[in-house]
Write a protein that binds this ligand. Structure first.
Ligand code: HEC
Length: 97
């Protein structure tokens, strides 16, 4: 009986930590999947390096949402939360910020 309770508790802890992970956006993973083919943190690729991008959150958000020239729009491909997370991620990679 004691063993069963322990096992149950362990399973519950396991489940709840997994649920927490699922709701947390892994921004590095999103970036790798959707952006890294054109953007690098510190060097120009197809698009500008993160460190050379605009620092204005609104400009960043608009570009990601609606796209610009070669840059595709992500309004339908990413959630609002994912886009916010990407904006913060870009800003955190800017040395002047
Ligand atoms: C197909 C290649 C491609 C992909 C994929 C791509 N970008 Fe871009 N991105 C570009 C290009 C090219 C530009 C420069 C556009 C221009 O000439 O104004 C750009 C510009 C930007 C800018 C504007 C920078 C500034 O200084 O104003 C941001 C922000 C940006 N990209 C973020 C992202 C994010 C975040 C993703 C992933 C969700 C992404 N991009 C995916 C090609 C891409």
């Amino acid at each position: 009986m004691k063993k069963t309770m322990l096992l149950l508790t362990a399973v519950m802890i396991g489940l709840s930590s997994q649920a927490a992970l699922a709701s947390d956006i892994d921004v590095e993973k999103v970036f790798k999947k959707k952006c890294a083919m054109c953007h690098k943190a510190d060097a120009k690729k197809v698009g500008p390096a993160l460190k050379d991008m605009n620092v204005d959150a609104e400009v960043l958000k608009l570009t990601i949402t609606e796209g610009r020239k070669m840059m595709p729009a992500f309004a339908k491909k990413l959630s609002g939360e994912e886009i916010e997370a990407l904006v913060a991620y870009i800003q955190s990679n800017q040395p002047l910020h």
